[in-house]
Design a protein around this ligand. Structure first.
Ligand code: GRF
Length: 207
């Protein structure tokens, strides 16, 4: 059973999807050992407490440098013995020391079909605003491994979602969450925990 640390910054609906998956058996090869939030006010912390999962905040503001922030983060991850890290709406960029400590053991959910609408600055509503501006008819979500390149690691799972007439960024964001993110994040997490995902030349193979 792998120990999963979930890193969050906001509402935590993806965290909730992982908690639900743990309860209904979709996530069975791993167990959430802790939730770490970059914000003390994140509702995700309340979700963790409600589920009886240890939760703490590690706020970037409390540290003078990103190196110290990374050290603090690593300290908490090690204290809980985390094997796998899931970034579920975590808004801080992870430093090299964290990424190097967990090779192919950190996964992120991004609300578009990578390589569209991703990279530096593409987070939150902006992703959906740009998709609508471009007029794409299909968007979606991607779960991928985290490496030093923003949204650049090997892709684990993707799911497409249709854009509809009259969509606003908010409506599209919600549909992508409901139809794609909450489904593929727990499924990907299970595959990684079960050791069914390997990476060769930057590409995953799923057994
Ligand atoms: C999601 O859209 C996710 O794709 C992105 O951040 C958002 C987090 O939402 N990385 P929530 O906190 O899980 O509700």
């Amino acid at each position: 059973m792998k120990k999963i640390a979930v890193l969050v910054s906001g509402g935590g609906t993806n965290l909730q999807a992982l908690i639900d998956a743990q309860n209904n058996g979709i996530l069975k090869s791993g167990k959430i050992c802790c939730v770490i939030s970059s914000s003390k006010k994140a509702y995700a912390l309340t979700r963790a407490q409600n589920a009886g999962i240890p939760a703490e905040a590690v706020s970037r503001r409390d540290y003078t440098s990103s190196v110290q922030f990374d050290e603090a983060l690593l300290g908490v991850l090690e204290r809980y013995g985390a094997d796998i890290i899931v970034l579920a709406g975590f808004l801080c960029i992870l430093g090299e020391s964290v990424i190097k400590s967990y090779p192919n053991r950190i996964i992120n959910i991004h609300p578009s079909l990578i390589p569209s609408f991703c990279g530096d600055g593409f987070y939150g509503l902006r992703v959906h605003e740009e998709a609508l501006k471009k007029g794409v008819k299909v968007t979606g979500a991607t779960v991928h491994f985290v490496n030093e390149i923003t949204d650049g690691g090997a892709i684990i799972m993707q799911k497409a979602v249709n854009v509809q007439n009259g969509d606003t960024p908010e409506i599209l964001q919600r549909r992508v969450m409901e139809q794609a993110e909450w489904e593929i994040l727990p499924k990907s997490c299970e595959l990684v925990c079960a050791g069914r995902v390997s990476v060769t030349d930057g590409v995953t193979v799923i057994e």
